[in-house]
Design a binder for this molecule. Structure first.
Ligand SMILES: Cc1ncc(COP(=O)(O)O)c(C=O)c1O
Length: 422
């Protein structure tokens, strides 16, 4: 292995050099056009005119750190909190999803005075040391020992997880009782829960949707144990699920802390932690003055403000719902034809297609998923796979992805699977 090989590169055996992009399309140095099904960061479309204009205009006037007053900071906090339940009222602006989750852990611990964290199997919450410890997706691969203060709950994957079946409230309850038992075990060893953290729809775990009632019941158990609940909305927030701004709203819960990132700046590095006044106050009570050199600078806030403006102005949440419903329906039509399609799931423009060798045994079709990704790329469609077995095709395109794009993707997928079967 060469020393650079630990740096991740898309399509390593035949990488592509992208030199420009617009909307949901990317172009390589030869002008070849690719349909982008993987960049949830370019949320309102690559190089969106409104975002580019507001960032460049602000860049030409002032960019400095947020220890000075600036209107953009206040406007951005107001616009962001207006999309959230009233209790989530205090924003901290940071530069990445990792910084947001690290700060969320610090806030949770300052408030609860408890150290322990519950996370889900296969979760990924960021690349800082603090987050690798609560990211089984990484610490298991790296074979790092799990820390004593980390408790890993079974992922509520109703297709392949510990409890299987239709996504019913019973399954929601069964999976949440796993968290309750984990808390009991931890307490019996004298440990105290600081926080439960989960993506509101686990993406790295394989595009999983929680069964009904899951988060509601988990949040109850965690709060009874003295912990707080953190919703990681870094991948799934900002309307991607098509019916709400935030994926936690699908579960009818109100987290104590949410973290947002990726899509917030449409490619500009801006992220945030939003929490309650009480939790923010506890941070101050321990004498902590939060400061972040780049977080919340006027240009970052201009980017975030314009992303929220475009989502609302262009009705992108409803668009995600309509396009997502259409895509899922097309994918479901492929299912009877192609036995390798084990499961189609998701909501809005957060969709997973789980490939299996055999529908009965559910043996993950990892090599097949790899092959499909390569063949899609040859057909100028960029897609990634995820899940612990990397057998889930992961659709998370810019929100301007439309029904024609869906028709194209599904017809090419149909051709590829047919070709394999023949
Ligand atoms: C769910 C989730 N949380 C946090 C992060 C970390 O975000 P960043 O890479 O911006 O630090 C990621 C990144 O992929 C993520 O998927």
């Amino acid at each position: 292995m060469s020393d650079w090989e630990s740096c991740k590169l898309f399509f390593r055996s035949d990488p592509i050099k992208i030199i420009r992009a617009k909307g949901q399309y990317m172009y390589d140095e030869k002008g070849v056009k690719y349909l982008d099904c993987m960049n949830n960061v370019a949320h309102v479309g690559h190089c969106d005119d409104t975002v580019v204009k507001s960032c460049t205009e602000q860049m030409a006037v002032l960019n400095t750190n947020n220890r000075f007053l600036h209107d953009n900071l206040v406007l951005c906090a107001k616009r962001l909190t207006a999309t959230l339940p009233d209790s989530l009222a205090v924003c901290y602006f940071v530069n990445s999803g990792s910084e947001a989750n690290d700060l969320a852990l610090r806030l949770a611990r300052a408030y609860t005075k408890n150290e322990d964290i519950i996370c889900l199997e296969h979760a990924y919450h960021g690349h800082l040391s603090s987050l690798i410890n609560i990211s089984p997706y990484k610490f298991e691969v790296g074979k790092f020992p799990k820390k004593d203060w980390v408790h890993v709950a079974p992922i509520p994957d109703v297709y392949r997880g510990k409890h299987r079946g239709d996504a019913s409230p019973e399954l929601g309850e069964l999976y949440s009782s796993e968290v309750r038992d984990l808390i009991r075990d931890a307490e019996s060893q004298g440990r105290k829960i600081g926080a439960f953290i989960a993506e509101s729809a686990p993406s790295c775990g394989g595009q999983i949707m929680f069964p009904p009632g899951y988060l509601k019941s988990v949040y109850k158990h965690v709060r009874e144990a003295g912990g707080v609940c953190i919703a990681d909305e870094v991948q799934v927030g900002f309307g991607r699920v098509g019916t709400h701004w935030w994926a936690f709203q699908l579960q009818d819960v109100v987290p104590d802390i949410i973290t947002v990132g990726k899509s917030m700046g449409n490619g500009h590095p801006v992220s945030a932690v939003v929490t309650t006044k009480e939790i923010a106050q506890s941070f101050r009570d321990i004498g902590m003055e939060y400061f972040n050199t780049f977080g919340g600078n006027p240009v970052s806030c201009a980017a975030a403000l314009s992303v929220m403006e475009v989502v609302e102005r262009d009705g992108l949440i409803a668009h995600a719902k309509a396009t997502g419903d259409h895509t899922i329906s097309l994918l479901n039509q492929l299912k009877p034809k192609h036995p390798n399609i084990g499961d189609v799931r998701g909501q809005g423009l957060f969709i997973g297609v789980e490939l299996v060798e055999d529908r009965e045994t559910k043996e993950p079709a990892t090599a097949l998923a790899n092959h499909v990704i390569t063949r899609l790329k040859e057909s100028k469609i960029l897609m990634s796979s995820d899940g612990p077995d990397r057998n889930v095709l992961k659709l998370k395109p810019p929100m301007v992805f439309n029904k024609e794009d869906a028709n194209f993707f599904v017809s090419v997928l149909d051709e590829i699977l047919t070709e394999i079967e023949e």
